[in-house]
Design a protein around this ligand. Structure first.
Ligand code: HAM
Length: 527
């Protein structure tokens, strides 16, 4: 067995290798082509941006911002923040074990000390002042008190141990999200960046709406599993400015479906919903909160917390025991204001006009704060529990929230990793063929001809393997086979002398002789 190398890709990240990368390229090429037919142009964005951009756009109560962002450190600018930074590092390195009471006590004491000293420093203006500092503090305080509460419970089962591990993890994550200095973060998504760019480059001066798309890696500190990575790839598109006509929502959704159809992605399910606007949603959220408080005792700790922070997110819950309770909650569709109800009805009509098949899902609220009205999600086959391959929605007002003019917006992002997984499951992968022609040359005299043949074939667009050293005939053919070549071009002394080359089709073993120009013609035709 090969010795394991000391260095391996970090868990949750991965190398993408050939031939799989050919499939990635095909997917991306199809995106470029399809999106261009809908009038979209590509935008390339930085991989990291100010942490606060994401905090403000995506929302503080979301998991993405609250605990999943990769925040990049900067130099501390004074002694107080530096001392707090060191204390934080010490806490992060603590190994906390449920079997070791002393480790638990030290962890809790150090966290409490951090909280007290940080709040004092914040008050006195000795650390970085930022908009949502109080929310970061509240998160950490809540995580710490959740941990304390857990320690009071009987420790009988594995579930308790899981909760213990999660509580320690949460404390460290929320601790990490207190900004001791202005920081940048690896982008967890790109809608915020597109809006930032729209403002920065005055794109509102262009004919509206502006249609942009992007491809690239995103970063979220999630627990890795099939279809969920720390570094993953998105293909996304945004329509900014102009009107909020329901036809725009429908066309954006139609475009994703056309793209998926082109790729022959199987088992697609499109779900749509409307989550209302600034007028009607708060009323619904209050109603939901009231109803949830009545059944609070029957809900798990996450949902209980969300009753206060963001009751809509309770609808997202996958917890088995909560499903019958959620089923009895009021539906948002019954509480939309007149304009939102009309908009939602029109979006559905426009989808039908375009022949897009959808299902309504009143529980589809999405995990990012910027959405309003239309939300949608698409699932595909073969992905297990992480089966959302695309998510999106309308976010009128986000540009304004980031300091720009009032602007309408709608868009989506496709999880490219999941898209590829689903294509592979559906056997829609390209054949494993990685070469068209393997040039089996024998003898020094044949080599110059082989080099010329390789050049001509490559110029004509064929994928050619030219072995660098002479091989025996049998070895050459088996090598051609292993590489999945379609043909072997046999060039021995005789072939070169006669000017008549032998082409062997590897699938059936047939051989045909060709002159040099005829060979190229034949290969072109059989492409
Ligand atoms: P999102 O739902 O957070 O939306 O992500 C979109 C898609 O990215 C998901 O449906 C999933 O396929 C993929 N994805 C998310 N996290 C991971 C992960 N850890 N590993 C693998 N794939 C993942 C957004 O990001 C919004 N910016 C979409 C949007 C654009 N809304 C409006 N415009």
């Amino acid at each position: 067995m090969a010795k394991k190398s000391k260095f391996q890709a970090i868990k949750g990240t991965r190398d993408l290798l050939p031939p799989e990368t050919a499939l990635w390229n095909r997917v991306e090429q199809t995106a470029h082509e399809v999106f261009a037919t809908f009038g979209f142009g590509e935008i390339r964005l930085p991989i990291f941006e100010s942490t606060e951009l994401f905090a403000r756009a995506v929302g503080l109560e979301t998991d993405i911002v609250g605990k999943e962002m990769f925040i990049l450190d900067r130099e501390y600018d004074n002694k107080t923040s530096s001392d707090l930074g060191h204390l934080r590092e010490t806490i992060n390195f603590m190994v906390v074990s449920s079997a070791n009471q002393q480790s638990i006590d030290s962890f809790r004491q150090a966290l409490s000390k951090f909280l007290v000293e940080y709040q004092e420093a914040l008050h006195e203006g000795l650390v970085y002042q930022y908009e949502h500092a109080h929310v970061s503090v509240a998160h950490l305080a809540e995580a710490l008190s959740g941990f304390a509460g857990l320690l009071e419970l009987p420790r009988a089962d594995n579930r308790w141990q899981d909760l213990f591990d999660k509580a320690v993890y949460d404390c460290k994550e929320y601790l990490g999200h207190i900004l001791l200095e202005g920081t940048n973060a690896l982008r967890p998504e790109a809608t915020a960046s597109v809006c930032r760019a729209y403002i920065e480059h005055n794109l509102q001066q262009l004919p509206q709406p502006v249609r942009l798309y992007y491809l690239g890696p995103m970063f979220r500190r999630e627990r890795p599993q099939k279809g969920r990575y720390l570094q993953f790839y998105q293909i996304g598109a945004e329509v900014l400015g102009g009107s909020d006509a329901p036809a725009i929502d429908a066309e954006v959704i139609e475009m994703v479906m056309v793209f998926f159809d082109k790729l022959e992605l199987q088992g697609l399910q499109l779900e749509v919903n409307s989550i209302g606007c600034r007028d009607c949603r708060p009323r619904y959220v209050e109603l939901l909160r009231t109803e949830l408080l009545k059944v609070k005792d029957q809900l798990g700790p996450d949902s209980q917390r969300r009753i206060e922070t963001n009751p809509l997110r309770v609808l997202d819950s996958k917890l088995e025991s909560e499903q019958p309770i959620i089923a009895t909650l009021p539906h948002i569709a019954d509480h939309l204001c007149e304009d939102c109800a009309k908009h939602y009805a029109a979006v559905k009509q426009h989808l039908e006009l375009r022949g897009v098949i959808y299902r309504e899902n009143w529980r589809l609220v999405r995990g990012l704060d910027y959405y309003m009205r239309t939300t949608f999600e698409i699932t595909a086959q073969g992905l297990g529990s992480q089966n959302a391959v695309c998510g999106g929605g309308r976010y009128d007002g986000l540009v304004e929230l980031l300091g720009g003019p009032p602007t309408k917006g709608i868009g989506f992002a496709i999880g490219e990793d999941r898209l590829i997984l689903s294509l592979q499951e559906g056997n829609k992968t390209q054949p494993k063929q990685t070469r068209d022609v393997y040039i089996a040359w024998m003898s020094e005299q044949a080599y110059a001809t082989a080099v010329r043949a390789a050049k001509d074939l490559r110029n004509a667009g064929f994928r050619v393997e030219l072995p660098p050293t002479e091989q025996k005939f049998g070895k050459a053919l088996s090598q051609a086979d292993k590489l999945g070549a379609k043909y072997a071009l046999i060039l021995g002394q005789d072939e070169v002398a006669e000017g008549s080359w032998t082409l062997k089709t590897l699938a059936d073993g047939t051989q045909t002789k060709f002159t040099e120009p005829d060979l190229l013609e034949h290969l072109r035709k059989s492409r």
